[in-house]
Design a protein around this ligand. Sequence first.
Ligand code: AMP
Ligand code: MG
Length: 492
Amino acid sequence: MSVHLPFDNSYARLPGHFFASVAPTPVAAPQLIRLNRELAVQLGLDPDWLASPEGVEMLSGRRVPEGAQSIAMAYAGHQFGSFVPQLGDGRAVLLGEVVDRDGVRRDIQLKGSGPTPFSRRGDGRAALGPVLREYVVSEAMAALGLPTTRTLAATLTGETVARETLLPGAVLTRIASSHIRVGTFQYFAARQDVEAIRQLADHVIARHYPEAAKASRPYHALLEQVIARQADLIARWLLIGFIHGVMNTDNMSIAGETIDYGPCAFMDAYDPATVFSSIDYHGRYAYANQPRIGQWNLARLAETLLPLLVEDVNEAVAQAQAALDGFGPRFQSTYQAGLRQKLGLSTEQDGDKELVQDLLDAMAENSADFTLTFRRLCDAAADPGADEGARSLFADPSAFDRWVQRWRQRLLAESGDGEARRAAMRSVNPAFIPRNHRVEAVIQAATINQDFGPFDELVEVLARPFDDQPAFARYAEPPEPHELVHQTFCGT
Ligand code: AMP
Ligand code: MG
């Protein structure tokens, strides 16, 4: 049986130097770990076929389906601040694009599918652990409502990959609005290929920012809108305690989705300086640095667009700078509005910013769990008798007591009853996030014991982050001291 997938590969129709045509390298014995059936349906694909032996051959890269045009995309990037003029998909291939049920064009990419002309010294493969981490965290992000690439499936390859030890190999099938990165623009800028930058920008406008086409200065509008989406995205990362871990320009999506889940993690106790990534020695990508780095990355994007903005270089720089100056206010407005929502404040009043900041400072001083503090404040909003839940998270509960009085006072200025406030707060303050110790535990169980039960259970719990799910309450708990995981690894 041959099932026709409705591919329409717009990126592969761009000029040949945008990518390398390369097929995935067939793997020995593919085996499905998990299929995201709901996402398959959304994409207009038949989940039963995808789970069949033929479907699994596609998901693992053993068989390229009809209509696919397998390519590795070219890109460059600043990695920890140093420019690398050629990176590219070194262990991934784009099979093609499909238009989903809502009319949105989505990439289907295989990650871990074998070497490409961009592999440099890498083997083109992915180990099981990072594949499971990306599955868990990307799908949790989607359930939390953040823009993100998605995971359609994870498959075992039946092969081992050599890292520090031999590990099971796996392939992740990734879905994205596109895989175009800041680094994609940088690739052509480094080659002074202005024509290619224009073609790429036109492609991006048509695909992601059609409103920009109608603006008086379309490329300027494009830059402004990418900046706005990234400012919003990073604000939302901060609002749920997410640390990307490796915000290199090649890991920043032009469409404004969270992409390239490597050493990412969620923080437990609130600490703005939190870093998990084992390769982030100087905290460049620490939790609270993310907005600053986002803006730095966007400045690198702006540089590539200068030749498209206006002929006069000084004027182009001034225009780009004006667009970049929009990042801070946009970030602040999304971040502050999000914090107010988290505290049940539906209006904005003088002193709100200080009220919120004082809570965050008290949380930091008292190692209060970020997610649980806000979740438990939902109950406190409805019933002052329920303060103890949040209060007990503070090393010195008197710090909470001082703050909570001010919050209660402020809530008097809000309309609506406590129950409604509680419900509104619960819809933005999750009970369940992919806590790092839980993610590590499912990776261990799968890698060492070939036990995927814990992984499946974690994925299912995280699909409903705002529900209480009493049977799984343990997943909402912060790690015990002996469970704390301090470092995450790229695993590449
Ligand atoms: P990442 O850390 O996933 O953002 O990857 C950075 C760059 O290294 C990208 O160009 C990847 O394609 C490449 N890369 C990462 N791991 C491998 C690997 N195992 N084989 C080949 N290239 C890789
Ligand atoms: Mg990357």
